[in-house]
Design a protein around this ligand. Structure first.
Ligand code: URA
Length: 432
């Protein structure tokens, strides 16, 4: 029989009473929870105590390390090429990983992008990539390594061996209202990113209605906490705080976002998607020790270098880069009721509507519709004329339209003709 060195009740009481958890307590509670010795109800109580009373920097760092140690830690240094990854805290229309990974790889920096699926109103990279016929998300560690060496970019599912304590804890937080807590979010994200073995990491911390963090000071605090965790673990880490008040680009939904990403890789696409892709790629290249100017990076989108990498990356995972993307069975449009200027378009409303059309899931095991989502025909500040389509709603199940319209009710506003709508920059802050 194993004699446990700590007691879960004492650990919970320590945090409940606003005291600092010791390194020994943290190491034990994460390990014992992973082994099933600390019960779900005990971890729920501890997560709520952390939610209410917070954690000091040293506690967050130890908690993150303990979650990394619950599983395997990958290492690509033997490949002899620099590696860089990007993590976004999630938003509406955030398809940036798709053009970004091949773009960075085109500069000789390998991108091991272990990604997740969408939950709630924010989309997930794997769901988007699965809109490409034949594409396979599940790769073994050996396949990831081989593809990094041959192509230089991999987008795939994180294997079960990576931070298993976080997998269990994240599922528990989801059902105990303890997700939106900076120490727990930061340690959850960073344990997976550090365990994945990247040498450099650029964080895209979203702020606004469509993001986890609704306020700028919260987003800055999350960014600061994650940058400190990465730096303490020896990973060169930088964060950009970016706008998620309005959707990114002109599409939200899996197949629709792949189409837009391919437009960006072909040298076109919406300006905000291109600008953010270039900004993040420039940061990743600098953090990986291969700096390139933003103009050079932009040129690699225009001249096909990034597209070549994309095609190689898709083919290596069984996908057909030339296959037609799925098309929804039904579409409906929202038309401008009068001449004017689109004054506001709320990311959260659009995200929820896309989700309700079938692009997202309510429970982890739910399937998603690959063709469902929303296509935007105007962004805030664009002039529109009466009768012009503002958005097209796509779904395979038209009975979903009414609930999507409910989500969009009040999510957009038409201003008088000639109104000047000021749109702030996509990148709001940079934290190192
Ligand atoms: N994404 C994660 O991986 N973990 C969190 O806690 C929140 C978002």
């Amino acid at each position: 029989m194993i004699t446990e060195p700590f007691d879960a009740v004492d650990v919970i009481r320590t945090k409940r009473d606003r005291l600092e958890l010791s390194a020994g307590q943290i190491d034990w509670v994460i390990d014992a929870y992973t082994r099933g010795v600390v019960a779900e109800e005990q971890m729920s109580a501890l997560a709520m105590a952390i939610f209410l009373n917070g954690m000091h920097r040293s506690e967050i760092q130890r908690w993150t390390q303990a979650m990394i140690q619950s599983g395997e830690r990958l290492d690509y240094t033997s490949l002899g090429i620099p590696t860089a990854d990007k993590h976004s805290t999630g938003g509406v229309g955030d398809k940036i990983t798709l053009p970004l990974a091949p773009l960075v790889a085109a500069f000789g920096v390998a991108v091991p992008q272990l990604s997740g699926r969408g939950l709630g109103h924010t989309g997930g990279t794997l769901d988007k990539m699965e809109a490409i016929p034949g594409w396979r998300a599940a790769l073994s560690n050996e396949e990831v390594r081989a593809q990094l060496a041959s192509v230089g970019a991999v987008v795939c599912a994180a294997g079960p061996g990576l931070a298993p304590a976080d997998k269990k804890l994240y599922a528990l937080r989801d059902v105990t209202s303890t997700v939106d807590c900076i120490p727990l979010i930061a340690s959850s994200i960073m344990s997976k990113k550090i365990a994945e073995g990247t040498g450099a990491l650029v964080l895209d911390v979203k702020v606004g209605s469509g993001a986890f963090m609704k306020k700028l000071d919260q987003a800055r605090e999350l960014a600061r906490t994650m940058v400190d965790l990465g730096t303490d673990a020896g990973v060169t880490t930088v964060a950009l705080v970016t706008d998620m008040a309005t959707p990114l680009g002109l599409t939200a939904g899996n197949g629709l976002e792949v189409r837009e990403s391919v437009e960006v890789l072909a040298g076109g696409g919406p300006a905000d998607v291109v600008d953010l892709t270039v900004a993040l790629a420039t940061e990743m290249l600098a953090a990986a020790g291969r700096p390139a100017g933003a103009d050079d990076v932009r040129a690699a989108l225009a001249d096909g270098r990034a597209m070549d990498k994309w095609r190689a990356m898709i083919s290596a995972q069984g996908g057909d880069p030339d296959a037609p993307l799925p098309v929804a069975r039904a579409t409906e449009q929202i038309l401008a009721p009068a001449d004017g200027v689109l004054g506001r378009l709320d990311a959260y409303g659009v995200g929820v509507a896309a989700w309700r059309l079938g692009a997202g899931r309510a429970r982890k095991e739910d399937p998603v519709q690959l063709a469902a989502g929303i296509e935007l025909h105007a962004k805030p500040g664009d002039p529109v004329t009466a009768g012009q389509p503002l958005m097209t709603l796509h779904t395979d199940t038209p009975e979903r339209f009414p609930r999507a319209y409910e989500a969009l009710d009040g999510a957009w506003e038409l201003a008088a003709p000639g109104t000047v709508v000021t749109r702030g920059p996509v990148v709001i802050d940079r934290i190192i």
